[in-house]
Design a protein around this ligand. Structure first.
Ligand code: BGC
Length: 721
């Protein structure tokens, strides 16, 4: 599976080394056995570091739509673009949940709740791997890779129950979606490297979850030859031990390990079978486009044919962007903006086109204009970027609204002039983060603080002191503090996350009411930084100890669960989001579903078995619908809109679960006055805990409470089970 030399007779594939191919990672072709090789390319928002491809809204925005269809459509459109470029494997989705609130790459993933992250991972993979249209997907990074600082030395110390119930959840759903590959992470887990942790790779992933695809290492996360092979690693990326070196842990060395008996030949056959199995699963052996770009030299006429793969994906990107926007505050019906608006001010560089062009900061990070993704390998290459200034001006022209703006966050005089007088003043603030490959303003990937960047808070206060209709728009990688939130002149707050290339259009559609906001917060926004379960990353700056120890002491209490368990009131809870209309819920009923006899027998056998059977955690009986939670939703307002009812479950007290956990949601569209019946499934798995003694999912005895709510701190309807 690896090595830079080609004399590795036992290997079915050979990684060519980082700069020796044209993709982020590459497996050489082996024409003698009819294998055309593999091109692996980042990343989670589209085809990275190429040209004529789209940049989609970030993972965290996909999650904030709470819309399975849109998330799947996003995956499919991205899959089509990877395929069009001849990339066999898309290095995403990334699904590590928000834990430490400063975590630099959290924006690539799907928010703070394991169930939401699981649903988003499942749909993204199903979309990316659409037969005949898509490519192989990679669930990354396995596992407990929640901060950037010291990511290649740190040990994430997580107990077995927390690991299963929180961090494994999106990976379990990925395997249910038939994900081709899982990328093991840089960090150690409980003192053992992610890419040679046999308990997790052979044990949890390949046995409990029955994963039949292949495990690839993160770039240079491969730590040893024999150790990695025996622990369950199947592909070494990018091939060399350190980027630029010519030696590999595998390649010739793997051949040697088999010859000298350290690694059984069957293990190498297993690696090859898994890699080729994924290749066949996606039917890539015939008719798959040739790789037609060079990620390291886009101007090389020999290797880049500039294939345009964007199709009409911009329409979907615009729609997902709008669907992902969360309306946090809306007093005096400040929004939607009226077409009769006489004049409007746009304040802050977040309104304006980035000064270095749309791709000036993709690798290095930073903000000098509208922010629509973070930095690092999770970025894409913008074909264009519609800023709010451009989109709002277009709209203003139709309405004969006068527009004024200031793009310099430090120019206090102009800000004061522009803010004074207009009927609405829109202030744009942002907060950035990314991968530790770049340090921006002293931020090592992770955020040094969770406040708005570049004078943001000062700017908001200044505008609010001058304009009684101040509307704040936030483009951020994660939660920020909003010390000004209760200022009476701040009439509205729009949480826009990271919208991708159609940012200005998506936002304008929501601001003017062409798109009724329905996004929901995928994490909690706290009043104070210290309110979070893990307010700070592990920030060791010294070389001692060589392996910083990061204990996951909050255990199951991630995100809203911590706030509930500790009676801390959030500023805006997980799941929160306003609409231009209103919804009411009624008539809750829990209906038992029919169960096949076979599944009841399997359930019984599972309970009695005293070994972990392969795939036992994804067994059908465990995940099939056993109860339907049904209720009516009515649009009681005056315009059409989408609602997202959430289903939380409170476990019997003895189970030791958090006060409530998310177990279902559905996004529905309703005309004014219309009612629909929503039905949310519950399985044995949804009501189980990971029992560390018996090493299986166990549904605790006792009464469960089912809660239908608008957000994590809300209760609309309840039932017991
Ligand atoms: C990142 C991965 C990425 C890989 C290849 C690593 O630094 O952690 O997410 O896929 O580089 O670019």
């Amino acid at each position: 599976m690896t090595g830079t030399s080609c004399d590795c007779k036992l290997d079915s594939g050979t990684e060519v080394g980082f700069f020796n191919g044209t993709c982020s990672g590459q497996i050489a072709a082996q024409p003698e056995v009819g294998f055309s090789g593999l091109c692996l390319q980042d990343g989670p928002v589209g085809v990275r570091a190429t040209d004529f491809a789209s940049v989609f809204p970030a993972g965290v925005n996909a999650a904030s739509t709470f819309d399975r269809d849109l998330i799947r459509a996003r995956g499919l459109a991205m899959g089509e673009e990877f395929r069009g470029k001849g990339a066999n494997i898309a290095l995403g989705p990334m699904m590590n949940p928000y834990r430490a609130i400063q975590g630099g790459r959290s924006w690539e993933g799907f928010g703070g709740d394991p169930y939401l992250a699981g649903e988003a991972a499942y749909e993204t993979i199903k979309g990316l791997q659409t037969p005949g249209k898509g490519v192989q997907a990679v669930a990354k990074h396995f596992i407990a890779n929640e901060q950037e600082r010291n990511r290649t030395t740190i040990s994430s110390n997580v107990n077995d129950r927390t690991l299963h119930e929180v961090y494994l959840a999106p990976f379990l759903r990925s395997i249910q979606a038939d994900v081709a590959s899982v990328m093991c992470s840089y960090n150690q887990i409980n003192g053992s490297w992610g890419c040679q942790n046999s308990a997790l790779l052979n044990g949890v992933l390949k046995t409990e979850l029955g994963f039949q695809g292949f495990v690839m290492s993160d770039w240079q996360a491969h730590m040893s030859g024999v150790g990695g092979a025996l622990a369950g690693l199947d592909m070494s990326m990018p091939g060399e031990i350190l980027i630029g070196m010519t030696t590999s842990y595998w390649g010739y060395n793997l051949t040697e390990s088999v010859r000298n008996g350290s690694v059984p030949e069957s293990r190498v056959d297993d690696m090859a079978t898994r890699i080729l199995g994924a290749h066949y699963l996606l039917e890539q052996e015939e008719g798959f486009p040739e790789t037609n770009y060079n990620t390291f030299d886009l101007l090389d006429p020999l290797t880049n044919s500039h294939v345009n793969v964007q199709a009409d994906h911009y329409k979907l990107i615009r729609k997902i962007g709008s669907a992902s926007i969360v309306l946090l505050k809306n007093d005096n019906e400040a929004l939607p903006l009226k077409s009769s608006l006489r004049d409007i001010a746009l304040i802050g560089n977040g309104a304006c086109p980035p000064q270095k062009g749309p791709n000036g900061f993709t690798y290095g990070g930073g903000v000098d204009g509208h922010l629509s993704m973070g930095w690092g390998s999770g970025t894409g290459a913008f074909p264009y970027l519609v800023s709010p200034l451009e989109a709002i001006q277009q709209r203003a022209r139709e309405n004969a609204t006068t527009v004024n703006w200031v793009c310099d966050n430090w120019d206090n005089d102009t800000i004061a002039t522009v803010a004074t007088g207009p009927q609405a003043a829109l202030v744009f603030i942002s907060s950035d983060s990314g991968e530790e490959i770049a340090v921006v303003d002293g931020n090592y990937g992770d955020r040094n603080n969770i406040s708005a960047w570049i004078n943001g808070d000062v700017m908001v206060e200044a505008v609010a002191s001058l304009n009684e209709n101040t509307i704040v728009i936030v483009n951020s990688v994660g939660p920020i503090l909003m010390p000004w939130i209760n200022h009476p002149n701040i009439t509205a707050v729009v949480w826009a996350g990271l919208l991708g290339q159609e940012a200005g259009n998506s936002l304008t559609d929501v601001l003017y009411g062409d798109y009724n906001p329905s996004g929901r917060l995928p994490y909690t926004i706290a009043k104070n930084w210290d309110d979070y379960a893990v307010p700070y990353i592990n920030f060791q700056t010294t070389l001692e100890p060589a392996h910083p120890q990061d204990d996951y002491t909050e255990e199951l209490l991630v995100d809203y669960r911590w706030f509930h368990a500790n009676n801390i009131t959030a500023l805006y809870p997980f799941g929160f989001g306003l609409s231009y209309t209103a919804f009411e819920y009624s008539d809750l009923e829990v209906v038992e579903a029919a169960v096949s006899k076979r599944h009841l027998v399997e359930e019984g056998l599972h309970k009695r078995a005293n070994t972990t059977e392969v795939g036992s955690s994804v067994a059908e009986w465990l995940h099939e619908t056993r109860w339907s939670v049904e209720f009516d939703v009515t649009n009681t307002g005056s315009v059409n809109g989408c609602d997202v009812p959430l289903m939380f479950v409170t476990f019997p007290e003895a189970a030791g679960e958090p006060p409530r956990v998310l177990r279902g949601f559905e996004r529905i569209n309703l005309d004014p006055g219309a009612t629909t019946r929503v039905s949310l499934p519950l399985s044995i798995y949804s009501l189980s805990i990971w029992d560390v003694v018996s090493q299986r999912w166990v549904k605790p005895e006792g009464e469960f409470e089912i809660i239908i709510a608008k957000h994590a701190d809300d209760t609309q309807l309840t039932a017991t089970l």
